[in-house]
Design a protein around this ligand. Structure first.
Ligand code: SF4
Ligand code: SF4
Length: 503
């Protein structure tokens, strides 16, 4: 069946930024050797952290499950090489709140021995969507575009929606980051095979592969991969190179001309978006038997001697990664994990590469220069906001801690793209303020939910006690009534039995 075509939708706002990608795309993806020590955080995904299923001192093999999760909103963690569990302890990591979290530390043995492959399975086309979704969960697969939402959970949720399209997101619009571009150039066939698995799980027959028009090599590689398999369900959609056209909602708008409603999901307008890296991870696990234990990461910026893209084991420290890329230059001033717009500054390179790490950026100057000044209400921030928010109003209400107005002005729709920061002549760190405000709102919501749970528990207990009291009173009344009818001997008997019961 041939796929329907659409005119490209229009992205509101956004910015054309200097790409700064050619330095890291000048050479092919290189493999970082397995380091002597791997540090694997238990929480590398949205949802509760995984729980260790191994103990300190145990030997593990590459691909072995070392931490598991309950339910589907989580992702198991696998050993990314063979060795011995040296510790399970708090370690510096990159995350939203706090800077340390429990990690499993593996002392590698240099042998890189893998767990034995499971016996041959049926071709994926002969497996049911439920079985495949469960296997995707077992492979520890999460969204590799940065959100790290457990892929199985996304597929299960999508099962209840009325979907029309799968969109594979190859739009890597943030400056400096080029890992998806290189992945599409070098592993285009696996992107498509992973897409085929997803189409089968979702029961869909249209997959758009979205890619920016300034990525000719990746476009060519994908075109070649598609002609070699002759699968008419795939359509390549070129989108303009504007930041942040790779945001999920923005991409849906661009590719299908459908607008994701405020507070909604792409599935509300019939779309499911997966990153091209996630498609490759699905290919490697479902068709190759390797869980998510490595990923392609860009190491770049003026502070790195040889910018490049590498395939690294999850758990390799940033220090090992930068050393592999020739080390720091004299210009190195700021270490950012992620891109310059959405990444997070860190003060140590002991943090490990996790499933979400798409870029290690070493800058020569701090991103936001200049002292912060009062807002002059120029409106630049509103002009570039891709979600059509009013950042200057949000900033005002964030300063006033006014949750009601923050909600009314759509703070929860902010995708933290950083466009408003970049154009603000007053150097106000708007995105950081919005992140903090969102965290406060989330805390309040969690507190409210906790109080509500406690209230319900209290009421349920009182109801139970009332019920038991009424039952006892009813029983006593019935006993009295029957004793009255039976006479003094029966009363003496009841009193005797009650005394005995008390003894
Ligand atoms: S860009 Fe900065 S100064 Fe201009 S309105 Fe927005 S917050 Fe105010
Ligand atoms: S960070 Fe939020 S408010 Fe600022 S431009 Fe991006 S979406 Fe709009």
């Amino acid at each position: 069946m041939s796929a329907p075509t659409f005119d490209l939708g229009k992205l509101h706002g956004g910015l054309r930024l200097d790409a700064n990608k050619h330095e890291s795309t000048a050479r092919g993806i290189r493999d970082v050797p397995v380091p002597p020590q791997l540090v694997l955080p238990l929480a590398q995904h949205v949802g509760a952290p995984a729980q260790p299923v191994i103990g300190v001192g145990e030997r593990v093999l590459k691909g072995q499950l070392i931490a598991d999760c309950e339910g589907t909103l989580g992702a198991p963690v696998h050993a990314s090489s063979s060795g011995r569990i040296a510790a399970i302890e708090a370690w510096p990591i990159v995350r939203r709140f706090g800077d340390r979290a429990p990690c499993i530390v593996i002392e590698t043995d240099g042998e890189d021995r893998a767990v034995e492959a499971a016996e041959a399975r049926l071709p994926f086309t002969e497996q049911t969507p439920d079985v495949l979704a469960h296997r995707i969960l077992q492979g520890g697969i999460v969204g590799l575009g940065g959100a790290v939402f457990p892929t199985a959970q996304k597929l299960i949720q999508a099962g209840t929606a009325d979907l029309d399209f799968l969109i594979l997101n190859g739009v890597e619009c943030e400056p400096y980051i080029s890992c998806d571009d290189m992945l599409m150039r070098e592993r285009a066939a696996e992107v498509v095979r992973g897409g085929q698995v997803l189409l089968h799980v979702l029961g869909l027959d249209t997959c758009y592969i979205a890619i920016e028009s300034d990525k000719p090599e990746a476009l060519r590689a994908l075109g070649d991969a598609l002609s070699s398999i002759d699968d008419g369900r795939f359509v390549i959609k070129q989108v303009p190179t504007i930041y942040p056209s790779g945001g999920e909602d923005q991409l849906v708008q661009l590719v299908t001309n459908r607008e994701v409603p405020s507070g909604g999901l792409p599935s509300d307008v019939g779309c499911l978006v997966q990153n091209v890296g996630t498609a490759v991870a699905i290919h490697d696990w479902i068709l190759g038997g390797e869980p998510l234990i490595s990923r392609v990461t860009t190491i770049t910026g003026p502070g790195v001697a040889e910018p490049m893209n590498v395939r690294a084991r999850v758990g390799t420290t940033v220090a090992d990664m930068v050393a592999f890329a020739g080390g720091y230059t004299d210009a190195a001033r700021q270490l950012v994990i992620g891109g310059p717009m959405t990444g997070r500054s860190v003060t140590t390179d002991r943090v490990p590469v996790v499933k979400a790490t798409n870029c290690i950026l070493v800058l020569s100057e701090r991103a936001l220069d200049g002292p912060e000044r009062p807002c002059i209400r120029c409106g630049n921030c509103a002009d570039v906001c891709p979600v059509q928010l009013l950042p200057q109003q949000l900033f005002w209400y964030a300063c006033a801690d006014n949750e009601q107005q923050l909600r009314a002005y759509g703070l929860t729709d902010c995708i933290e793209c950083g466009c408003c920061d970049l154009v603000c002549p007053s150097h106000i760190p708007l995105t950081a303020d919005f992140r903090k405000a969102k965290a406060r709102i989330q805390e309040l919501a969690d507190e409210k939910a906790r109080a509500e749970r406690a209230r319900r528990r209290f009421e349920a207990r009182n109801e139970r006690l009332d019920r038991e009291r009424s039952e006892r009173e009813r029983e006593l009344a019935a006993q009295k009534e029957s004793a009255k009818r039976a006479g003094p001997a029966a009363i003496a008997d009841i009193l005797k039995r009650r005394r005995k019961g008390k003894d």
